[in-house]
Design a protein around this ligand. Structure first.
Ligand SMILES: CC(C)(COP(=O)(O)OP(=O)(O)OC[C@H]1O[C@@H](n2cnc3c(N)ncnc32)[C@H](O)[C@@H]1OP(=O)(O)O)[C@@H](O)C(=O)NCCC(=O)NCCS
Length: 190
């Protein structure tokens, strides 16, 4: 779908990848996911079970979804220190159906189905606060043509929520400690 495009940040290189290139990086992606989501400083505090599920089931399944796209960030030493990815969300997929069951049908109709779904955004703890999360997400979004983007984060997360809101995401659902946010894009943006 896409060739790599490299964007230098202050200390890291952000690249845009398609599914075949992302699949080749599976081991590095898993390593970043493991450290980014298991450190106690974040509220996610994923269990070993959750991390293993990402490694063995969730990431391979997401890789195969239509419209998969990813951005990665490498530091000066070439080490992968962050990534963001998404795909086209549709009814019949776990997250779309999970959210649809918890919001008003009018919101479901407005936001879900054919949207670009941001599934993961992670930056290793020692590289945070340098603009990498913003660069990873913005570069990925700039590459997309869908008219709606949707994602989910923890309601009280102190870092991800302000980032999403600063990029124009607004909440369209709140449940079970989570907030679901959407961004409208293109000519009819609200
Ligand atoms: C969320 C995460 C990706 C942010 O990455 P990052 O590289 O630190 O983010 P950036 O440096 O690009 O900061 C972007 C914005 O996020 C917000 N932000 C980042 N760190 C913050 C903090 N400690 N407190 C409050 N807001 C913060 C700010 O709005 C910031 O905007 P600014 O550039 O105007 O200051 C990173 O903290 C992370 O990987 N966390 C663990 C995994 C996670 O929670 N992923 C999101 C799941 S929905």
């Amino acid at each position: 779908m896409t060739n790599s495009e490299a964007t230098p940040t202050t200390t890291c290189l952000v690249e845009l990848l398609g599914p075949a290139q992302a699949a080749e990086l599976a081991d590095e992606i898993r390593a970043v996911y493991r450290t980014a989501f298991s450190v106690s400083a974040t509220r996610w505090d994923k269990s070993e079970l959750g991390i293993t599920a990402f490694e063995n089931d969730i990431f391979p399944r997401h890789l195969a979804r239509e419209g998969f796209g990813m951005t990665t960030a490498r530091n000066d030493a070439g080490k992968l220190v962050g990534f963001c990815y998404g795909y086209i969300g549709e009814h019949g997929q776990y997250w779309t159906d999970y959210v649809a069951a918890r919001i008003h049908p009018s919101l479901e109709k407005a936001w879900l189905g054919g949207h670009f779904e941001i599934a993961e955004l992670a930056v290793e703890s020692e590289e945070r606060g340098k603009g990498l999360g913003r660069a990873l997400l913005s570069t990925l979004l700039d590459s997309r043509g869908e008219d709606r983007v949707a994602l989910q984060t923890l309601e009280k997360d102190s870092s991800a929520l302000p980032l999403y809101e600063s990029l124009g995401f607004t909440p369209f659902g709140e449940f079970e400690n989570y907030v679901v946010l959407g961004q409208r894009r293109g000519t009819s943006a609200a």
